[in-house]
Design a protein around this ligand. Sequence first.
Ligand SMILES: CC(C)(COP(=O)(O)OP(=O)(O)OC[C@H]1O[C@@H](n2cnc3c(N)ncnc32)[C@H](O)[C@@H]1OP(=O)(O)O)[C@@H](O)C(=O)NCCC(=O)NCCS
Length: 183
Amino acid sequence: MTPMPAITCMSAEALSARLGEFADLLQACVHGGASVNFVLPFPGSEAEAFWRERVLPAMGAGTRTVLAAESDGRIAGSVQLSTETPPNQPHRADVTKLLVHPAFRRRGIGRALMLALEQEAHLRGRSLITLDTTTGGAAEPLYAALGYITVGVIPDFSVATTGDRLEATTVMYKQLSGQGRAA
Ligand SMILES: CC(C)(COP(=O)(O)OP(=O)(O)OC[C@H]1O[C@@H](n2cnc3c(N)ncnc32)[C@H](O)[C@@H]1OP(=O)(O)O)[C@@H](O)C(=O)NCCC(=O)NCCS
């Protein structure tokens, strides 16, 4: 049985040093059909620009946590926790870009990344996790199995990766502690 990859919380410096690998991960997922905000063609330069221009500044601002699963020195998967919430939502965080490289799927890495993300959220005092995911996509049953509750489906929410149709998104949430913070 293949051992579970180690999951680490990336520093901005470590992510900068491995920008190409993170770009490869994102590009492989998008080219594999993942609907994660991008439309084909999706060149490596665009994938790298995402990490450099969107993720690293947010990490620098202290509002983004990036977790990575590493297998034999290779980035096998990643997930991000965004704590960039308004002043009246200090207890909430968003999940974004859960990505497992196509070569590493169905080994429990996505699940392990989400469990690690929940621990990070808890450490940061975030008890409500929100997300949206392509309706009918691979991640939807994963989130449901982890206890995320479906709020509803928004039809025609985004352009499919292939650019030829619109796709629905499912909005989900999980309360980590089971209790909301007092107003
Ligand atoms: C969604 C994704 C992260 C799952 O990663 P993974 O490491 O393969 O997932 P896991 O092995 O941890 O799967 C855990 C459970 O999720 C469900 N699941 C995962 N992939 C699935 C699929 N393709 N179809 C149906 N259920 C799936 C299953 O219940 C699975 O348990 P099982 O393997 O015991 O049946 C991966 O397919 C991926 O990166 N997809 C492209 C990016 C994407 O869509 N991200 C979501 C953005 S919101």
